[in-house]
Design a protein around this ligand. Structure first.
Ligand code: ZN
Ligand code: ZN
Length: 242
């Protein structure tokens, strides 16, 4: 046994990998983020959906079709995909990460996201992954950008560069929590600006955020990127509010 393997074996005994939710010991190489029981309690997004914004049509006998919102006002992104539904143990973990500054939980969530199959996203055609930027005041308060941590894990997994400076947040916005769709769109309008437009023109970009609620934030990012000539903007989030 090499010294490296020995060190890993000892650390597994002293600090065994734990399920992110119930803290039971989990086994596997690499260890799974959630134990089988907790994984079974997570709602993955499946079934008929809107091919653009990804909203689900539960119990709909029809296949995939455009939703009313995307028909009435088509978003600037070509498609938005999320790994899981924002509820239960996943929303608890995101809350611990974001507001409890629990970075190890964030790292585990990022690994979980990177391992999710997004079958209709072509990562090989993607030129760059862009995290939704935080305003510098919010960054000072929180100490980190949760979307950047998620974007880095996706970039590493799929071999795509992460660029956190193409999009900048120029307007400090109050939290979107509790606002209606229209209020969210108004609140976020003009919040972002693009830098280095030459890096955006004709590029295929993927914007990453932690939670998709009404899509107002990622759509405003996509609007700025398309305005600066992006060929295509897709969106990936860890969770989606349904
Ligand atoms: Zn568990
Ligand atoms: Zn839609």
């Amino acid at each position: 046994m090499s010294l490296r393997d020995f060190v890993f074996e000892i650390s597994d005994v002293l600090f065994p990998p734990l399920c992110l939710s119930c803290r039971r010991v989990v086994e596997g190489v690499p260890p799974p983020v959630f134990c089988a029981d907790c994984l079974g309690r997570i709602s993955f997004l499946s079934g008929s959906r809107c091919p653009v914004c990804g909203v689900l049509f539960p119990d709909s006998p029809a296949g995939d079709h455009l939703c009313g919102d995307c028909l009435a006002s088509p978003p600037f992104f070509s498609r938005a995909r999320a790994a899981v539904v924002y509820q239960g143990i996943l929303s608890d973990a995101i809350h611990r990460f974001k507001y409890g500054r629990d970075i190890p939980t964030g790292g585990a969530l990022a690994r979980f996201l990177a391992d999710c199959p997004f079958d209709d996203l072509d990562w090989r055609r993607c030129d760059a992954i862009l995290p939704v930027p935080l305003h510098k005041k919010r960054l000072r308060e929180r100490g980190f950008n949760q979307s950047l941590l998620l974007a880095r894990a996706l970039g590493k997994k799929h071999g795509v560069a992460v660029d956190f400076s193409l999009l900048k947040r120029r307007k400090f916005t109050l939290t979107q929590t509790g606002l209606s769709r229209q209020e969210r769109e108004k609140n976020i309008k003009g919040a972002f600006e693009a830098s280095r437009a030459g890096q955006i023109a004709d590029k295929n970009l993927i914007v990453v955020d932690d939670v998709y609620t009404t899509g107002a934030t990622v759509n405003e990012c996509a609007r700025i990127l398309k305005h600066n000539g992006a060929a295509d903007v897709a969106v990936v989030t860890l969770a989606r509010v349904l």
